[in-house]
Design a binder for this molecule. Structure first.
Ligand code: GDP
Ligand code: MG
Length: 183
């Protein structure tokens, strides 16, 4: 695991202002991009965090950008939820411009898909700090969950947090809020 200070020192100045000491300067209104493949629970998590959000769906699936904001710790945090289908890669790329932090949602019942691995690669290439939330733990067993955690640990050495929960059952949401409060 790279120490936070060193990791932060490497972030691209295009997206993140870096102080003279190599620390990332806290954004007053951080833009967080919620990513992950289709059906993992991105929209549900945003709704649990924020309540009513603006969403564009076709047959229940996000086909543009979900949006909502929340005040945490006196900071207005903007959340942009991206669509997860392969054909919307261009939208994910656009949404990542100016992103302060990425929240990657993974589905415990399906594991990491190719799209998720592509997304992880993109986040690494762009040097954006991120956390992973493993969702739907209500529907998977401990062995699957532990193997998934191992896989994520290996693929995401610079990831700031790996959380787990179940958006549908409000599990892990308050911890997630706490993490977002302190990015
Ligand atoms: N079992 C289970 N289902 C969930 C959970 N969170 C979301 N879902 C369901 O997964 C489906 C996809 O959720 P959605 O938020 O639309 O996913 P998105 O495509 O990533 O935005 C919906 O039917 C949700 O009700 C969870 O924690 N557990
Ligand atoms: Mg959605």
């Amino acid at each position: 695991m790279v120490p936070l200070k060193e990791a932060r020192g490497n972030y691209s100045p295009i997206n993140h202002k870096i102080s003279n000491w190599g620390y990332r300067i806290m954004s007053k209104e951080p833009k967080i991009v919620v990513m992950g493949s289709e059906n993992v629970g991105k929209t549900t998590i945003m709704e649990k965090l924020i309540g009513n959000i603006g969403k564009v769906e076709y047959n229940g699936t996000t086909v543009a950008i979900d949006y909502g904001n929340i005040i945490l710790n006196n900071r207005k945090i903007h959340l942009f939820g991206t669509p997860g289908q392969p054909r919307f890669e261009f939208m994910r790329e656009i949404t990542l411009n100016g992103a302060y932090f990425v929240l990657l949602i993974v589905d415990a019942t399906t594991g990491l898909k190719d799209i998720d691995k592509k997304i992880i690669n993109t986040i690494h290439l762009r040097n954006i700090p991120y956390a992973v939330f493993i969702n739907k733990i209500d529907s998977c067993n401990d062995e699957i969950l532990n193997n998934l955690k191992k896989e994520i640990n290996e693929l995401c050495p610079n990831c700031e947090h790996i959380m787990k929960g179940s958006a549908l059952n409000d599990k892990g949401i308050s911890k997630l809020k706490l993490i977002l409060e302190n990015i």
